[in-house]
Ligand binder design. Structure first.
Ligand code: SAM
Length: 219
């Protein structure tokens, strides 16, 4: 099934509406997926970029072994993240920036790990965002995604297809297939799919991890 990607303006206005209620609604529902991604990122440690950091719900999942930078397209979502930073509870969070993941201003190979939690399925051009993540992660570093991905078969797939057109104005996209992520990696030399696994609860979310191929050793 092929449906169109979301438009950036739709995402921006949807998350302006989500911002005041996001933590209360999406905090508990997505917590297991968020933690699984942060645990995988902590295993790498160092400089971590959170793409689509939102209200900073993931700040609790990192510690002093990491240095977190966040970016997001939505000023109202980032306002919430900045309020969390101002509490002083997250010294490991270095900065959050208003920035579009399609065109990041970071230099090549800046981060040890790039994490995108519940983001890649709703950006306007997922392949471009993946390529930007690949550009800013260091060789040998990883890109970790967690999302609900399209079930492809059975009742869940039928429900997702039905919901697809009805949830777009909310900045949601329940019908995004794993095959698209795989196709991006196949088309990009140096992007290696290293992990794909279901995450609790009920395998609702999928964690996908790509590695940027390490540089060849000098002869
Ligand atoms: C479902 S929320 C996830 C927020 C956070 N990662 C979490 O797990 O709670 C998606 C976030 O991605 C952001 N986003 C969407 N498109 C983006 C883009 N092109 N660049 C940066 N952020 C984007 C939205 O503004 C929103 O804050």
């Amino acid at each position: 099934m092929k449906t169109s990607d979301l438009e950036t303006s739709v995402v921006e206005s949807a998350y302006a509406r989500w911002a005041p209620v996001y933590d209360a609604i999406c905090g508990p529902v997505m917590v297991r997926g968020r933690r699984a991604a942060a645990t995988a990122a902590r295993a790498i440690g160092g400089r971590i970029l959170e793409v689509g950091v939102g209200t900073g719900l993931s700040f609790d999942d990192y510690d002093a072994s990491t240095e977190i930078t966040g970016i997001d397209l939505s000023a109202p979502m980032l306002e919430k993240a900045r309020a969390k930073m101002a509490s002083g509870r997250y010294p490991h969070v270095r900065a959050v920036h208003l920035m579009d993941a399609h065109e990041m201003t970071f230099a090549d190979a800046t981060f040890d790990c790039v994490v995108a939690q519940f983001v890649i399925t709703l950006v306007a051009n997922p392949e471009q965002v993946l390529s930007e993540c690949h550009r800013v992660v260091k060789p040998g570093g990883r890109i970790i995604l967690v999302n609900h991905l399209y079930s492809e078969v059975g009742i869940a797939a039928a429900v997702e297809r039905w919901a697809a057109q009805r949830t777009r104005a909310l900045g949601l996209r329940p019908e995004f297939p794993f095959a698209r992520l795989q196709a991006w990696a196949s088309a990009n030399t140096g992007a290696i799919l290293v992990e794909r696994r279901k995450v609790a609860p009920f395998g609702l979310y999928t964690l996908v991890c790509f590695e940027r191929a390490p540089l060849p050793e000098a002869a």
